[in-house]
Design a protein around this ligand. Structure first.
Ligand code: AMP
Length: 391
């Protein structure tokens, strides 16, 4: 089955064409466009390129298009991308302004360009649909909750992949099977020992998720991707009282406060030099105290969430690092795991130092908790879910 994964940004369009079957999948073509003003034009151009290059004889060969949608109003899951999905995306356009409008437009455009392909939306919030009400709700008035303000969670495709792969690596095929079929069958009971995992997706955008038997029990991200850990340029968790105080004291408009919290905060805001952890760690090592603060605040926040989920899970079987920082930054992994031997987290310094963007177990042979690095591949994750949905 040929599945096209469409990645739509406000001024970009990237695509990846997969050939999927029961045993897995492979990329047969990929491409992209930057500085896009007309998505319709580039989508048509991409399909023409695939034909011209002989990858497909006709666009009709593409069985499905997968969209990694962020969050929808009153809708989640892995679903056929119909008018209800478009309405859900438009309903929360103000919460995810960089993501929802291009996806709503892109789904409409693909319906015209590939009328025979099944459009499938995988919401980033899907993995959290079984999170308990106590973890999902904020203590806000009923009217706020009625307009959809609650903890949704993001990076769902990535964390779900970690739920599957960590179970496989821990020799728990029973849990892996539940995790793989989660969006088809829902959560299932596990006979025997529970499998308790904390997944750290650390990249330009970061989150930590607690996973019990393949199902998320909670996550660091909340209502919008503006929450949880300090992000590249986004603030992460912030006391709601700080916003009106800063607006009044600094004379900021709502738009300007929002801009500063989304563009000039996070690792960039704290370090004052860069939003990239590589530059920041280098500056910290050279004695820059603001850069040191940014690194320490990120590590502090990651450990805070790991601790919270370990308690809720009643212990831990695997701690997983994934995404750009999690896969590549051995120094950060060292900092996160420091002095946690009493909790069964025992990092092997040599294995950690040599592990870069490859799957590995970086714990010592005697560590009760397995410390795993699992590379993320969000396009493949999406293609898999679309394949499962349609098979
Ligand atoms: P992602 O959003 O998953 O693509 O991750 C992007 C972030 O990962 C960048 O901002 C970098 O801070 C970090 N990163 C990517 N590659 C490396 C690397 N080779 N070493 C250390 N950090 C990296």
């Amino acid at each position: 089955m040929l599945i096209l994964v469409a990645n739509l940004g406000s001024t970009s369009f990237k695509y990846c064409l997969f050939r999927m079957d029961e045993s897995g999948g492979e990329v047969v073509a990929k491409g992209g466009y930057e500085r896009v003003s007309d998505h319709a034009g580039v989508i048509d151009d991409a399909l023409a390129t695939l034909q011209r290059d002989g990858v497909i004889a006709s666009p009709d060969e593409i069985a499905a298009v997968g969209f990694k949608t962020v969050l929808g109003k009153d809708l989640s899951g892995c679903v056929i991308a119909d008018e209800a999905v478009i309405a859900a995306l438009e309903g929360f356009a103000a919460v995810a302004p960089a993501h929802n409008p291009p996806y709503a437009a892109g789904i409409r455009q693909f319906a015209k360009a590939l009328p025979n392909a099944k459009p499938v939306a995988l919401f980033e919030t899907a993995f959290y649909q079984w999170t308990g009400a106590a973890a999902a709700n904020y203590a806000i008035p009923r009217a706020w909750r009625d307009i959809g303000i609650r903890r949704y969670g993001f990076h769902g495709a990535s964390h779900k992949f970690i739920a599957e792969r960590s179970a496989e690596l821990c020799g728990r095929e029973d849990v892996a099977q539940i995790a793989r079929r989660l969006y088809l069958d829902g959560p299932a009971a596990v006979s025997g020992k529970p499998l308790r995992v904390v997944s750290c997706h650390l990249g330009g955008s970061s989150s930590v998720t607690g996973i019990l038997n393949g199902v998320a029990i909670g996550t660091s991200m909340g209502f919008s991707p503006q929450s949880g850990l300090p992000q590249n340029n986004r603030v992460g968790d912030l006391d709601s009282g700080a916003i009106p105080y800063a607006m009044r004291t600094l004379g900021l408009s709502l738009d300007e406060a929002e801009r500063q919290l989304t563009k000039e905060s996070g690792l960039l805001g704290l370090s004052g030099i860069s939003n990239d952890i590589r530059d920041i760690r280098e500056a910290a090592a050279a004695g820059n105290s603001d850069a040191r603060l940014a690194v320490d605040a990120l590590v502090h926040s990651i450990r805070h969430w790991i601790g919270a989920f370990m308690l809720e899970l009643g212990g831990l079987d695997a701690l997983v690092f994934t995404a750009g920082i999690g896969e590549n930054n051995a120094g950060l992994r060292t900092d996160v795991c420091a002095n946690l031997e009493a909790f069964g987290i025992d990092l092997d310094p040599a294995k950690n130092a040599t592990c870069r963007a490859t799957e590995a177990d970086i714990s010592t042979p005697v560590s009760p908790v397995r410390i795993l690095v699992i590379p993320a591949n969000e396009e493949l994750v999406l293609a898999r879910e679309v394949f499962r949905k349609l098979s």
